[in-house]
Design a protein around this ligand. Structure first.
Ligand code: SAM
Length: 294
């Protein structure tokens, strides 16, 4: 009996794109290319050059298995295990939020504050460690405390720090918000305090796409209670306590969150708002405030 001829890479790509499109996956052609290239262990551009080659059975099987899971709306990055952030490749897993491009604005703003190569920095809710690792790479003598409530996220962050050769300068501490800082840094000693905290309200969570709603960790998305901005007051209090005069607190904001900045800053006399920066979709995404100079 003749078995069916092995499909070419081009045929596998078309099959995959059609399969994902039928399941209403948002970018079916891109995702099929990424999954096929991942199954082969090659880049997407190499894949295009090799489109006419036939695929070994094991590759087709690996690819179809991941297509099936992508069709169930498992995030693409959970299937490839990686995501680029700040031009660095980060390991990702269901233990932490997949780094988002807009979070690079926090890194940009931190560098803009001119804290210097040996800055003392805290990253609260480090997740995969993307912010801490990117800053450690940019500031070659910086010392960073990276905290999270999740032990699994901290393990992932530590692996990412090792992967990029900066683990020796990042201290990973488990605990609630700024609590680990009281064990590790002096008051009024930090140059920068950054956080991309959970900021999706429970109501909003239900409206997010299934990749986020069903597969990213709830504790990375949603703060306790009903208010999406619940963690901002304690983060600003921590900034007032741990930043040196002139040091900056840099927080990612949800869409619409900027409207609440005046209320958040009210009564926090030791802090002054420096800037609120929009992301590439025009959403006011990052607030930067400074501990006032005496
Ligand atoms: C939105 S994710 C950000 C992850 C990463 N910093 C990024 O920008 O991609 C928020 C992170 O904060 C952590 N987290 C949630 N509540 C926390 C708390 N009370 N104290 C410290 N970390 C917390 C979550 O486990 C999660 O890793």
């Amino acid at each position: 009996m003749n078995s069916a001829p092995s499909p070419t890479l081009q045929e596998l790509f078309r099959e995959g794109a059609g399969y994902l499109e039928a399941r209403e996956v948002p970018s079916p052609r891109f995702d099929a290319q990424v999954l096929l290239a991942h199954a082969l262990g090659i880049s997407r551009s190499d894949l295009l050059q090799r489109a006419g080659e036939t695929a070994p059975e094991a590759i087709s099987r690996h690819y179809r298995e991941r297509l099936r899971r992508r069709g169930e709306r498992v995030p693409l990055q959970h299937l490839t295990g990686v995501q680029e952030f700040w031009s660095l490749e980060f390991e990702v897993s269901p233990a932490a939020l997949i780094p988002r491009p807009e979070t690079e604005l926090l890194v940009e703003e931190a560098l803009r504050q001119g804290a210097g190569p040996s800055a003392r920095i805290a990253d609260i809710g480090t997740g995969s460690g993307n912010i801490a690792v990117a800053l450690a790479r940019e500031l070659p003598a910086a010392r960073i405390v990276a905290t999270d409530t999740s032990a699994q996220a901290l393990e992932l962050a530590r692996r990412n720090a090792q992967r990029h050769g900066v683990a020796g300068r990042i201290q990973f501490l488990q605990g609630d918000l700024a609590e680990p800082l009281s064990r590790s840094v002096e008051r009024e000693s930090l140059d920068l305090l950054l956080s991309n905290p959970p900021y999706v309200s429970i109501e909003e969570l239900a409206t997010l796409q299934p990749e986020v709603r069903e597969y990213e960790p709830k504790e990375a998305l949603t703060p306790p209670g009903r208010d999406g901005l619940a963690l901002y007051p304690p983060l600003l209090d921590a900034a007032a306590l741990f930043l040196r005069p002139g040091g900056a607190v840099i927080l990612e904001l949800p869409a619409g969150g900027a409207e609440r900045i005046p209320a958040l800053m009210a009564g926090r006399e030791s802090l002054e708002l420096l800037t609120v920066r929009a992301d590439y979709s025009g959403i006011l995404r990052v607030m930067v405030a400074r501990r006032r100079l005496p």
